[in-house]
Design a protein around this ligand. Structure first.
Ligand SMILES: [Zn+2]
Length: 404
């Protein structure tokens, strides 16, 4: 082995004109030259127990040049996480502690948090369940209905940097989605009042610059691990509600609650059918059913698809009969001209029945004035919606809300 080392040294000396003899540990720097240590990331999150996450650290000299000095990794509280020689931390229990990377006489610290979410099988109707830091709230219900509100939040924590692309929104205003949080809660409370039963509701309390839960995770969280975790919690809670309802009822309706600022004051119902689709006269084409978020209902109910989407007993038709404008509906079958229209987003695609499952989905885009602008109007609308959903469940799913 000695001769091999000498040969290697000689070859390197010739090829690179470097001196092997001066430093027996080729490529390492004296630990006394460490001026600072850079650690990354400064904060990290491990979700669940027994999971791992990596830190990295680079010692630098006084000119900020990286050095090849070994890193000694430790943690302040080794009952929360352990860390190995490569900076890989493993979670042991929920809590927050400090990771220390030491090189020479210098060290850097980072924070690691272990978030151990409550188990998914212990939910009780009417209890409030929150994700990490209360960014998401889930109140389970006992009706085959799920309402989610992704855009009504106003919490803007520093730990999540602002998103930089897509619909970024603002921390100071919920914009066109204003009051969709209290609207969703009002619908739940009104249901409880009227029927003794409640829909499941899932509310995102983070403001849109921090997370847009109605997008895929890439655009939604834009790489921030706290935002990604919140996104997973939000959709995880919806999945829990769907599973619960699927087991209990074998069907269900998911409603994604939004607000729009379009010029026509009417509710826009998103079945994943575009304005152009809705302008098609004959809507019961197979491909229209297959691309819609109520595909399962359309397939099993036997009702003509056009009637399901915009007949007198569609959601839109029932709303119109009770004095609230809606598109699509029998009086207003499709947006026309340059009228804007939301056809349904990520959550409607993911949680509706287009791609399978027992739960149908509709995106509800609400206009503002008279509907969600003040508490009295929210309550009026909630009671209309209860009547609409009561009839819709009865007519299309063959299920009546039991008398309380
Ligand atoms: Zn929205």
């Amino acid at each position: 082995m000695t001769s091999h080392k000498i040969n290697l040294c000689w070859i390197l000396t010739v090829l690179m004109l470097s001196s092997c003899g001066k430093d027996p540990d080729l490529g390492t720097s004296p630990s006394s030259s460490v001026y600072d240590v850079r650690i990354s990331p400064l904060t990290n999150l491990i979700v669940g127990i027994g999971n791992t996450i990596s830190f990295s650290a680079t010692p630098v000299d006084s000119s900020n040049q990286p050095l090849t000095v070994g890193i000694e990794w430790t943690v302040l509280n080794p009952t929360i996480v352990t860390i190995d020689g490569n900076g890989v931390a493993t979670s042991l229990k929920a809590g927050t502690t400090t990771v220390i990377a030491k090189a020479g006489n210098q060290e850097a610290t980072a924070v690691v948090e272990v978030w151990d979410a409550p188990p998914l099988d212990t939910y009780t109707s009417g209890e409030i369940y929150q994700g990490r830091n209360g960014y998401v709230e889930y109140i389970p219900g006992d009706l085959p209905l799920i309402l989610s509100a992704p855009h009504g939040g106003n919490i803007c924590p520093d730990e999540i940097v602002d998103r930089t692309y897509g619909s970024i929104g603002s921390c100071s205003s919920t914009g066109s989605d204003t009051n969709t949080d209290p609207l969703t809660r009002t619908v739940r409370n009104a249901f409880l009042q009227a029927t003794g039963r409640a829909p499941h509701i899932i509310i995102l309390k983070l403001a849109r610059p921090k997370l847009d839960a109605n997008r895929d995770v890439t655009e939604a969280a834009q790489g921030n691990l706290f935002a990604k975790n919140t996104w997973s919690e939000y959709h995880g809670f919806i999945d829990v509600a769907k599973d619960t309802i699927s087991k209990e009822f074998g069907f269900g309706l998911y409603m994604d609650m939004h607000g729009h600022g379009h010029s026509v004051p009417r509710i826009e119902l998103g079945y994943l059918l575009s304005k152009t689709d809705l302008q098609t006269i004959n809507l019961d084409l197979t491909y229209m059913i297959n691309k819609s978020s109520v595909k399962r209902l359309a397939s099993v109910s036997g009702i003509d698809f056009t009637d399901l989407i915009r007949g007198p007993q569609s959601i839109g038709g029932l709303l119109e009969q009770l004095g609230i404008r809606a598109v699509p509906s029998d009086p207003d079958p499709a947006p026309v001209g340059d009228e804007k229209f939301f056809s349904g987003g990520y959550s409607t695609r993911r949680h509706g029945s287009r791609d399978g499952g027992l739960i149908d989905g509709i995106q509800f885009e609400h206009h503002f004035t008279g509907l969600r602008d003040m508490p009295s109007n929210r309550l009026l609308y909630a009671n209309v919606l209860i009547q609409v959903l009561r009839t819709f469940l009865d007519v299309h799913y063959g299920w009546s809300i039991p008398a309380s």
